[in-house]
Design a protein around this ligand. Structure first.
Ligand SMILES: [Zn+2]
Length: 56
């Protein structure tokens, strides 16, 4: 488990592959850990990969 700071689009993207739990809602801009842009972000706890049967 780890805590990451993500903007909403990245959280939605990662949320399709990983179990994300929002733990802190922030009203300030911060740097997104995924896209590196300064946006409004939330902090999420990242769990394991979802077993979505991804083809790779
Ligand atoms: Zn982002």
């Amino acid at each position: 488990m780890k805590i990451v700071t993500l903007c909403r689009p990245c959280a939605e993207k990662l949320g399709t592959a990983y179990d994300l739990v929002k733990i802190i809602t922030s009203a300030e801009k911060d740097t997104c850990a995924e896209c590196g842009r300064r946006r409004y972000t939330n902090k999420y706890r990242v769990g394991g990969l979802k077993s979505a049967g991804k083809e790779q």
